[in-house]
Design a protein around this ligand. Structure first.
Ligand code: DSN
Length: 436
């Protein structure tokens, strides 16, 4: 089998030289997988990535994640491993921990969770007993499955009480949350969401938690990069524990992170990550996390985070100008929820996602608050700007993106219009290379 190079696929090379070598090396042994890797590189380079939870990492982060560090078992923590040969891994994990603490301005960091949900498992195990009550926003209102969805560990082993959004404003209603907390007396309250476009008042959440003697957990998976750079207020010193993924606005490798300012809580979380819920840490990913945290500590990353939000506001304004309704009326962060019903009553998130993908715009359908349609259909789209901003798009290009979104959805995925938009986007992408 021959491997189509990205150039042969009609786009500028989306890969740095090392990645091209990698595809060639894999191809010499396994052309079937190498071909798919090359095709995926082309897909990423020639489409507009608007999934709010995705990003494009730098080559340094990417290659650390694909390095020989994957060969090592390092169960335990720096200085206390169950295997020999860990001296360099100890240093790498220490660097990752130190940089994470500096980035989020807190005292303790565990960089081993394989993903955000695993960080949350460790926190639940550290702070709660099975059957304890947790108060959280359900997934249908913008929460996360690991915050209490029934089939998830959280909904299986814990009693979940829910708060919602104000039905009119679609904003968090802190007075209502306080009332519900007083009624259900949770042992832990969770804030931090997957589809909430506004600023979270962590101080108010802590006051509510203190009022009922609950722990406050902030899951900042979506906004971590904005928090690290001061573009969104920090959950510290308010939250007892903070969890996050490292691959969204933070632009690191796919992974999780748990943070705290409390030595006792941090020690419990360490034990619940390992040996409580995980075995060997992914040391290649921890190295990539260390590199990404180093990048995020640089002033350029603050400029990047500000641009992410500026781009989101520009995209929101351009969509509103084209008669789309945005939940809450707009955005303060990197994402927005588009209620498609105002543009066209029969337009669904599922149809829009499919049509837009054909045009080279990658989005995810998303339920909007009180969505009458089921989760696999939905009346909304969630759009985010972290990945496009990593490619160098700015406000003027956001107006162009809104125009393409509207042409595809307005034509109801008409084949000819979709093909025209696809060609325009492929040509446009050539001017905004992947991070290299
Ligand atoms: N699946 C992620 C998201 O897209 O927001 C959350 O884990």
């Amino acid at each position: 089998m021959t491997i189509a190079s990205p150039a042969a696929l009609g786009t500028p090379a989306p890969l740095d030289a090392m990645s091209q070598d990698l595809v060639a090396l894999v191809g010499a042994q396994d052309p079937e997988v190498a071909q798919l890797m090359a095709q995926e590189a082309d897909r990423q380079a020639s489409t507009l990535e608007l999934i709010a939870s995705e990003n494009h990492v730098t080559p340094a982060v990417m290659h650390a994640a694909g390095s020989w560090l994957t060969n090592k078992y390092a169960e335990g923590y720096p200085g206390k491993r169950y295997y020999g040969g860990c001296q360099f891994h100890d240093r790498i994990e220490d660097i990752a921990r130190e940089r994470a603490k500096k980035l989020f301005r807190c005292g303790f960091a565990n960089v081993q969770p394989h993903c955000g949900a695993n960080a949350n498992i460790a926190v639940f195990m550290a702070l709660l007993e099975p059957g304890d009550t947790v108060l959280s926003l359900p997934i249908k209102s913008g929460g996360h499955l690991s915050h209490g969805l029934k089939p998830n560990f959280s909904g299986t082993f814990y009693r979940i009480a829910e708060y919602g959004l104000d039905p009119q404003s679609e904003l968090l209603d802190y007075d209502a949350i306080e009332r519900i907390a007083r009624e259900c007396r949770p042992k832990m309250i969770i804030c931090g969401y997957s589809a909430y476009p506004r600023i979270i008042d962590f101080a108010r959440f802590r006051a509510i938690a203190d009022g009922v003697g609950a722990f406050l957990m902030a899951d900042i998976a979506h906004i971590a990069g904005l928090v690290a750079t001061g573009v969104h207020p920090s959950p510290f010193p308010h939250a007892h524990v903070v969890t996050t993924t490292t691959h969204k606005t933070l632009r690191g490798p796919r992974g999780g992170l748990a943070l705290s300012d409390d030595a006792d809580i941090a020690a419990k979380i360490d034990r619940k990550v390992f040996p409580g819920s995980q075995g060997g840490p992914l040391m290649h990913i921890i190295a990539a996390k260390a590199i990404a945290f180093g990048e995020a500590l640089r002033p350029e990353f603050t400029a990047y985070s500000r641009q992410v939000v500026a781009n989101a506001k520009a995209l929101a304004a351009a969509l509103i100008a084209r008669n789309y309704r945005l939940c809450t009326g707009g955005t303060d962060n990197h994402l927005m929820l588009v209620d498609l019903r105002q543009r066209s009553a029969d337009l669904t998130g599922a149809d829009a996602e499919k049509w837009l993908e054909s045009a080279g715009i990658i989005v995810n359908k998303n339920g909007i608050p009180n969505d009458p349609r089921p989760p696999m259909v939905t009346s909304g789209l969630r759009l985010g700007t972290p990945a496009l901003t990593s490619r160098g798009l700015k406000e003027p290009e956001m107006a162009q993106v809104a125009g393409w979104l509207d042409r595809v959805m307005g034509s109801k995925g008409d084949a000819a219009e979709t093909a025209r938009v696809r060609d325009e986007i492929r040509a446009f992408c050539a001017h905004f290379p992947m991070p290299h």
